[in-house]
Structures are given as C-alpha cells and as structure tokens.
Design a protein around this ligand. Structure first.
Ligand code: SF4
Ligand code: SF4
Length: 353
C-alpha cells in the first residue's frame, strides 16, 4: 500500500497543533482537518481540543493526529511535538509557550503582518520552518473567518493535505449550515493556501544548535518546556499564581483582541471621560496635569496591555479621538507601543504588587 504521510514520529503519527484563543475557530479548523484525513485522504485521524475557561478570548489548543490506514490511533494525549504548528493570534507568540516541542523540520504557520525574518527575531523562534501570512487581513478581504485562511495555510505547509478535499468538505459541511458564507470561506482557504505555497519556509535559528525546542517559553508553563512538573505541590507557584498572560497578576488582555484596536488621537481629545466610564477594563487612567496654568484631569491615552478590543470606547467618543484600526497596522506604526511606554508603571501592575 502507498504511504500518504511524508513524515511520522516513532508511533507512526503525523501531528498538528493549532494554538488559538476562543472565538477564532481553531476547534472547527481542527475538526475539519481530521475529517479531511478520514473522508478525503484515506487516513486514520483523530482531532480534539483543549480549552481553558470556555470563554471568548481564553487560550484554546486544537490537536490533529493522522496515521496511515493500516495503523490505529490509540493515543488521546495532547500533541507535544507537532509536525505543523498553526498560530492563530500573534499575541500568543509572546504571551504563551506556543513554540514548545517544535523540531527542526516542524512547519510553523503564523498569523502576522511581519515578514518571516522579522517575526522569527521578534518572537525568538529558534528552530523550525516559518511561514507567515496576515490571515486577519485576508479574512476581511474575502469576507470569511480567520480560521478558513489558517486552514489553507496549514494545508499548503503540510505538502500532502488536499486543498480540493478541504473545499469539498467545506461545501458539504459549512455550505449546508451557512450557505451565504460559503463563497467567502472557499476564497479564504484558497488565499491562505496560496500565501503559504509561494513561500520557501524561513529556516529559524539557522546558526543555532537547537534542533528541538524544549525550553523556550518565558512563562515556563508549556506542554513540554519544564523538565519537572511545574504545578505540583513542591514546584507550583506560591499562592497558585498563574504566570501566563490573562492572569490576575498581569491582567494582560492583548490576546483577546480579534484584529482591531482603538487608536488614540490626543490632539482631538477633549478629556470628557466618556471612554473611561465605558471601558470595562479600566484601560484609561486619567491623570492630573497643568494645562494653560490650571490643574486639569487629562486622558493620557489607553494602556493597551489591558485592552481586549471591544471598541466600546470608539463608539462613545464624541469627537473621534478614538478610532477603530486594524491591529497589525497599529503595531507596525508603533501606535500601541507609544501609549504602552507612556503608561508603564502607572496602571494595574502597581495595584497587583
Ligand atoms: S471619550 Fe474621546 S474625547 Fe472623551 S476623554 Fe475619551 S478619548 Fe477623549
Ligand atoms: S476597546 Fe476601548 S472600551 Fe474596549 S477594552 Fe479597549 S479601551 Fe476599553
């Protein structure tokens, strides 16, 4: 019998891990990849997800495992050393231990507006082959959700999964449930596929001896980054503090955003305070400042670490001093950093200490 899988681990598995946040559709993408293997490619497959608190914006991992038809899949453990890693949200690249278990020949598909070289450096990716695409922008152009674009990218990176099979599966599956969205979904898959197919794959850490990424995560709480169990009686953090983003200590909500941020235009602001009373996460911290010789309470701009991108502040601002902008653009232009730096040390972290 001909083999389909280009590479397998010692158990005969080809494995995919999708790292995402709730609401971006990684769970559905994982299920579709599993069904693609079984119904369109003659493989055995299993797919399942692991959720955090089941709320929009919390981390989600979806796992897919393939095996040639002659072998069964009797392993329900998370995928620790993926052949393909799909990262749906860029904020995860610096907030979460998403690169754990990446091997030299693993393929990483990252949703980012940066070039592969820039992203590898920015996120300290020291091994694996990196493919990048601005999945959010493509999804907006095609009128589909981001997971469809990521699906196309993962299929192209695999080099063996069938694009036509995935399109047929989507017509059958999503087309029946959401007929009005199917054209946009198919377009998104195709464009994600093309975007990755036309890249060679940036070799991360060319000069590094790191052939397998087992200890990169700054948070040290990834799937495989710790040699010892990290949350046990003796190794757990005192007081049960979770050092990853979104925890009560740092309260960093940047991974909850879905492509848009409120950009602040200080020259237009009349310091009315409506944004502050509307924002559910206290992103604005008004401060005393001398203006024309008088003491005033002024808006110093949002502290984006705490902004989840709900855009309520944009709706209430009476003078358009806050506008909705694409996050990639805001990041590239340095708009977010400007306010982050200005507000450092003034906000929530002070209270947390
Ligand atoms: S609502 Fe607009 S004008 Fe009022 S303080 Fe906020 S940003 Fe400034
Ligand atoms: S988008 Fe505006 S209202 Fe929503 S969390 Fe961010 S700053 Fe607050």
């Amino acid at each position: 019998m001909n083999t389909i899988l280009p590479d397998t681990d010692i158990n005969g598995y080809y494995e995919i891990r999708l790292e995402s946040i709730g609401g971006l559709g990684a769970n559905l993408a994982g299920k579709l990849l599993g069904e693609l293997g079984v119904f369109y490619m003659g493989l055995n497959a299993s797919s399942f997800s692991s959720y955090g608190s089941e709320k929009k914006g919390s981390p989600v991992r979806a796992f897919v495992r393939y095996r040639e038809q002659k072998g069964e899949i009797r392993n329900n453990a998370p995928v620790l050393k993926p052949h393909i890693l799909g990262i749906f949200h860029e904020a995860m690249a610096y907030n979460y231990p998403v690169f754990d278990g990446i091997k030299k020949n693993s393929k990483i598909v990252l949703n980012t507006a940066f070039s592969a070289g820039e992203a590898a450096q920015k996120y300290n990716i020291t091994t694996g082959q990196l493919y990048v695409m601005n999945a959010g922008a493509i999804a907006r152009k095609c009128g589909c959700r981001l997971n469809m674009v990521m699906l196309g990218g993962v299929i192209a990176a695999s080099g063996f999964l069938s694009l036509d099979g995935m399109k047929s599966l989507c017509r059958e599956n999503l087309g029946k449930k959401y007929p009005e969205a199917i054209l946009g979904n198919l377009k998104g898959i195709e464009q994600g596929y093309e975007m990755v197919r036309t890249q060679e794959g940036y070799v991360c850490g060319k000069d590094s001896t790191n052939v397998e990424n087992l200890a990169q995560s700054p948070a040290g709480c990834g799937l495989v980054s710790m040699k010892e169990p990290w949350s046990g009686r003796f190794s757990g953090y005192l007081g049960g503090v979770n050092p990853a983003a979104g925890n009560s200590m740092e309260n960093d909500l940047s991974a909850s955003r879905e492509g848009y941020v409120p950009v602040f235009h200080p020259e237009k602001c009349i310091h009315c305070g409506l944004c502050d009373s509307t924002c559910p996460d206290m992103v604005f911290r008004f401060e005393k400042k001398m203006v024309d010789g008088k003491e005033n309470i002024v808006n110093p701009g949002p502290d984006y670490r705490y902004c989840k991108g709900c855009l309520r502040c944009v709706s209430v601002c009476p003078v358009a001093a806050l506008t909705r902008e694409e996050e990639e653009k805001a990041l590239k232009e340095g708009w977010l950093k400007k306010w982050e730096n200005q507000n450092k040390g003034k906000g929530h972290e002070k209270e947390a200490g």
